[in-house]
Design a protein around this ligand. Sequence first.
Ligand code: SF4
Length: 218
Amino acid sequence: MDLEAELAAARELDVAVIADAIARIGFECTRCGHCCRGMDEEHTATVFPDEVRAIQDSGEYDWRDVARPMPFGLTDDDHDPSGETFEWALQTDDCRDCTFYDVDGEACSIYDDRPLICETYPFSIALGEDGAGTSEPMGSVVDSDGPVRAHECEGLGRDISQDEARELAATLKERAIRELEEAIAVRDNYEPVDADGVVVHDSEGQKRPDGTSLADQQ
Ligand code: SF4
């Protein structure tokens, strides 16, 4: 299935079906923080450009406080990163945790503005005929029901109310659509570049790590 076909399928998703799947699998956040922390790996949750700006709306944060270039494809020789990459990851701290995770309070400090991927963890949507996921990888799939995939999380299997399941299902559908819209825009706005340092290709074009447009600097 190409991206446009997947997007059409995502727009046709039935929220009630997704909600039933979530209710059957079951979920309650235990506030373990695993999804917000690097643990044994780098924390690389995707954040879209408009989500970065929504977080910035508080006036507290610069672009770099919120997001960093997705590290895949970059080299970091002598702490001087360079190369081209696609999309942004939530900024991390020295412990490789999400910078917005408050370890002492065991809570997200931008809870109301957290990105869609955080709102819908540990679920994703798979739309391809082969069951391939359209949502970005989030670790091993441990349960599935129709298009819904549940990824490793200690909160799975716990009771969830119908209202909560429906709210989560609606957000999961929104995320599936947004991820595909972003992927299409990244593809359509891609342009080869000839520039030193780090260049991020996102849905709005080519940018520097501080979020400024590369075109404005040339
Ligand atoms: S933005 Fe909030 S919910 Fe998302 S990873 Fe960071 S601390 Fe966790």
